[in-house]
Design a protein. Structure first.
Length: 402
């Protein structure tokens, strides 16, 4: 097909759209824009929730890289030596050791099972963002004893309906809490602060200082239940993991991606299926709508098509005329859809959706916009070609008698 034929088809398409019903034109563009918005918006919310969960896991629980004891070993031995080694590895900003012990927490008739984690607060500040999420009170300081910080889900809300499980019944900063450790030691602590990260798992945690944990055990601690590492933003976690292994670390080394795949792999796969189904359904709607629009236009223009064929206009020019019409409608709809999507993303960035695990904003990338626009154009081309080909294939007399 020559360039001149395409120009003729394009001219006829523009004239057809401009001379048609303005209301039908605007409605068709709006429908396509809504279809495009539906293709992008729901998956973007799901991806936003996933990204929020990922950030919460990194920021408040595992860091970028997690070191666990060797298989069948309860603890990491020579914790101080390993910390020194980790902190010398390129790409590691800081490593923080944790020592965990089971305990029962009691307060005014309420009790709850928990894991108490011994930390070095100065290291922890450089690795996690928990210290920034104090709902009330203050974070721990290195060396202090007799004080504890606890998550809001363990402390409990004033309104019990907000609790997502058993709690201590609305403990406040300064309140006493009895902690009975599994080694038989019982201590009364003053609550120094309450943590609220909006991540359920993190908001269940209980922290004391490393010195306090040594006091509970009755001896210095040079072992750890685990170590979390913060890596430089410009260095991939997988690269840091390989560096750690090259330094001869024998413990289990996992990036947050490894942990997420193990814990939430199936959930993320399910979300991906939901996203795919949403896009497919939207594309089917787009195909049906555009098919109906072009079918109505071609049926109403059968006499005109017959005249064009009688004047010697070739069949493929007529087909491409309607194909260009549907592509122009799709282009206008996609532009309006992108404006709507960006407006909604901007609005929900300022006023995020409140989820139980935190505030969620839509996550939309340029790749998402390009991919979905391309899919929409392909669907539109298919939807526009079929009715145009059917009507253009009729003989001249049949078309003229319509």
């Amino acid at each position: 097909m020559s360039l001149n034929h395409l120009k003729v088809s394009f001219f006829l398409a523009v004239r057809g759209l401009l001379r048609g019903s303005r209301g039908s034109l605007y409605l068709s563009i709006l429908i396509i824009a809504m279809v495009f918005t539906n293709m992008i918006f729901m998956p973007s919310i799901i991806m936003g929730a996933i990204k929020n969960a990922e950030q919460s896991i990194i920021e408040y629980q595992t860091g970028n890289v997690l070191i666990s004891p060797k298989e069948n070993e309860p603890h990491i031995e020579d914790a101080s030596g390993l910390l020194d080694k980790l902190n010398r590895i390129p790409g590691v900003i800081r490593a923080s050791a944790h020592y965990s012990m089971g305990a029962t927490l009691r307060n005014k008739g309420n009790q709850i099972g928990a894991t108490v984690i011994g930390i070095r607060p100065d290291d922890e500040r450089m690795v996690t963002g928990t210290w920034k999420k104090m709902k009330e009170g203050e974070y721990l300081s290195d060396g202090e004893t007799g004080e504890v910080i606890i998550g809001i889900q363990t402390a409990g809300h004033k309104d019990e309906a907000e609790d997502m499980g058993p709690s201590l019944g609305h403990v406040r900063t300064g309140d006493p809490v009895i902690v009975e450790y599994t080694n038989g030691v019982s201590r009364e602590y003053r609550v120094k602060g309450i943590i609220e990260t909006r991540s359920y798992q993190a908001d269940m945690e209980v922290f004391v200082t490393w010195n306090e944990m040594e006091s509970v055990l009755g001896h210095p601690i040079d072992v750890a239940s685990g170590m979390i590492i913060k890596t430089a933003p410009d260095v991939p976690e997988a690269q840091v993991k390989q560096q750690i292994l090259r330094f001869g670390v024998q413990e289990q080394v996992k990036t947050w991606q490894d942990l997420l795949e193990e814990s939430f792999g199936r959930a993320i796969e399910s979300f991906s299926i939901i996203n795919s189904v949403t896009v497919i359904v939207s594309l089917v709607i787009a195909v049906v709508v555009l098919f109906i629009v072009i079918m109505i236009k071609t049926l109403n223009s059968r006499r005109q098509i017959g005249v064009l064929k009688a004047l010697g206009v070739e069949k493929h020019i007529i087909i491409h005329n309607y194909l260009f019409q549907v592509l122009l409608l799709t282009l206008a709809g996609a532009v309006v859809g992108i404006v709507i999507v960006e407006g909604m993303v901007g609005l929900l960035t300022i006023f995020p959706i409140q989820f139980p695990d935190g505030e969620v904003t839509p996550y939309v990338t340029i790749h998402d916009l390009i991919t979905n626009t391309a899919l929409l154009f392909i669907s539109a081309a298919i939807a526009g070609y079929i009715p145009a080909w059917q009507v253009a294939s009729e003989d001249i007399m049949t078309a003229m008698r319509s």
